[in-house]
Design a protein around this ligand. Structure first.
Ligand SMILES: Cc1ncc(COP(=O)(O)O)c(C=O)c1O
Length: 416
C-alpha cells in the first residue's frame, strides 16, 4: 500500500470538525484506526466469539486459533516468539507489571536509572518501587541539545556502576522525539562489566508505529507497547521479554487459566509461559484487531513509512520556525530519520498551550497541549505547558499547512 492510499483507509479522517476538514495531529496520544482493524474486531465478535482454551466446541476452537495467531503475529512484530509476550491493557500496565515482577530482585542501595524526559508511565512505577525497596532512584538531567543524556549516564553512574540494577527509558520521547541510544547504553554497561546485573527496560510506546522496535535487534531485556498508538484498538498492549528474563520472572497476577493444579493450600502454575502470565480471560478481539493493525503497517513497509514521516517532521519543524511566537523544543530534525521521530512540540510566547490547542480545534486541527505526562521535564525546562503536533502515516503536508494557517488565528485572537 502506498502512503497516500492510507488516508482513505481510515474512516474517521472523513469527519468535519467545526465545519472544517479534520486534521488529526494527536497521534502520539492515540492513532486513528484503519477500516481493516475495525472490521477484524467486529468480525471476531460477529462470527467467532467464545472463550479461549477452556471449551471443546467449535467456536472456542476458532477463537483459540485466532488468539494464538494474533499473539504470534504481534510477538514476531516485536522480534520475539509468542512465549515471550505477556499481553496487557497498555504500555503503562506492562511497565508496572515488569516493575512488580522485578521487585523481588531489588535490595536497599541498588540503583535504578531513568531520564528526565520519561513518560510518567515509566518514571512513576520505578520511583515507587525505589521507595518501597530503598533503592537509589536517579533521574538523569537532559543535556543542552535535549538529546538522550549518554554523557551524564557515563559520568554519574561511574562510581555507582556496581550497584546499578535497572535502566528504564523510552525508545522515543513523546515530547522531544529523541531516540534513545540503546547501543551506546549497552556498550557502556559492557565496558563497566555490569551488563548481566542490569535490567534494561525500554518503553516502545512511541517507537512501535514509527520504526522497527524489536527485541532481537535491540540490546535490551524487555520492551513495553500500547496497541492503540500503532493503529490498533485501545485496551491492548504488551510486555515482551528476552529469553533470559522469561526464565527469571514469575507471575504476579493469579487466577484462572494460568494454573496447572490447585489445592486448598497450594497451587502450581502452567508450564507454558504465555498461559502462566495470562490470568483470566484475555482480550481476544483486541489482539485480533492489533494483528490487523500490524498487517496495515506491514503493507506500507518501514522504508516508505519512515521517508514520509520524516518529511512531515522536517516540514512541520521548518514551517513552525517561521512563526515568530513559536519556540520549538527538542532537537532539530536532521537528514537522518532517527534525529527526531514522530512529533514536533513548541511553546507559544504569551499564550498558554491549552488556548493554542483550543483555537486550533476551531479550525479542525487536533493537537495536544499540557505536560504530556512528563512533568519533571516540563519543570526542569521551565515550560508551563507545551503544544505538540504528532504524526501518523496518513498525515500530509497539507495537514501541516492547515496547522500553520490555524496558528495565525492565535495571533489574531490574542494580538501577540
Ligand atoms: C513514551 C510513552 N510511554 C508510555 C505511554 C503510555 O501509554 P498508555 O497510556 O497507552 O499506557 C505514552 C503515552 O502517551 C508515551 O508517550
Amino acid at each position: 500500500m502506498k502512503v497516500h492510499e492510507t488516508q482513505t483507509q481510515v474512516p474517521i479522517l472523513q469527519r468535519q470538525i467545526h465545519g472544517k476538514k479534520l486534521v488529526y495531529l494527536d497521534n502520539a496520544a492515540t492513532t486513528q484506526k484503519p477500516e481493516s482493524v475495525i472490521t477484524a474486531i467486529s468480525d471476531y465478535y460477529r462470527t467467532h466469539n467464545a472463550n479461549v482454551h477452556r471449551g471443546v466446541h467449535t467456536l472456542s476452537d476458532e477463537s483459540t486459533e485466532r488468539y494464538e495467531q494474533a499473539r504470534q503475529k504481534i510477538a514476531a512484530f516485536f522480534g520475539a516468539r509468542a512465549d515471550q509476550l505477556i499481553s496487557t491493557r497498555n504500555s503503562t500496565e506492562a511497565m508496572n507489571l515488569l516493575v512488580q515482577m522485578w521487585e523481588k530482585f531489588l535490595r536497599p542501595g541498588d540503583v535504578i536509572v531513568v531520564t528526565m524526559q520519561e513518560h510518567h508511565s515509566t518514571l512513576v512505577p520505578w520511583q515507587m518501587v525505589s521507595q518501597r525497596t530503598g533503592c537509589e532512584f536517579i533521574v538523569l538531567p537532559m543535556d543542552d541539545q535535549s538529546t538522550w543524556p549518554i554523557n551524564a549516564f557515563a559520568e554519574l553512574l561511574q562510581e555507582k556502576k556496581d550497584r546499578l540494577r535497572v535502566v528504564a527509558t523510552a525508545a522515543v520521547s513523546n515530547v522531544t522525539g529523541v531516540v534513545a541510544p540503546l547501543e551506546k547504553i549497552d556498550a557502556q554497561l559492557r565496558k563497566w562489566g555490569v551488563r548481566k546485573n542490569v535490567l534494561v527496560a525500554v518503553d516502545a510506546a512511541q517507537s512501535a508505529a514509527h520504526m522497527p522496535s524489536r527485541l532481537d535487534r535491540w540490546p535490551v531485556d524487555a520492551l513495553t507497547f500500547s496497541g492503540h498508538k500503532m493503529y490498533g484498538p485501545m485496551g491492548i498492549g504488551g510486555l515482551v521479554v528476552s529469553e533470559r528474563l522469561a526464565q527469571e520472572i514469575a507471575p504476579v497476577l493469579y487466577g484462572g487459566g494460568m494454573i496447572a493444579e490447585v489445592r486448598t493450600q497450594e497451587t502450581s502454575f502452567h508450564e507454558d509461559f504465555a498461559e502462566r502470565f495470562t490470568a483470566g480471560t484475555p482480550d481476544v478481539a483486541s489482539l485480533v484487531g492489533l494483528q490487523a493493525a500490524i498487517e496495515f503497517l506491514e503493507e506500507i513497509g518501514w522504508s516508505e513509512l519512515q521517508a514520509h514521516e520524516h518529511d512531515l517532521v522536517q516540514y512541520a519543524y521548518e514551517q513552525l520556525q517561521q512563526v515568530p511566537q513559536v519556540r520549538l523544543i527538542g532537537p532539530e530534525p536532521g537528514a537522518e530519520f532517527a534525529s527526531r521521530v514522530g512529533s514536533v512540540t513548541w511553546t507559544y510566547e504569551g499564550v498558554h498551550a491549552h488556548d493554542v490547542a483550543q483555537i486550533l480545534d476551531r479550525s479542525g486541527v487536533a493537537v495536544r497541549s499540557g505536560h504530556h505526562c512528563t512533568m519533571p521535564l516540563h519543570t526542569e525546562q521551565d515550560w508551563v505547558a507545551t503544544t505538540r503536533a504528532s504524526f501518523a502515516v496518513y498525515n500530509t503536508r497539507e495537514d501541516i499547512d492547515q496547522l500553520i494557517a490555524a496558528l495565525e488565528q492565535v495571533q489574531t485572537i490574542f494580538g501577540v
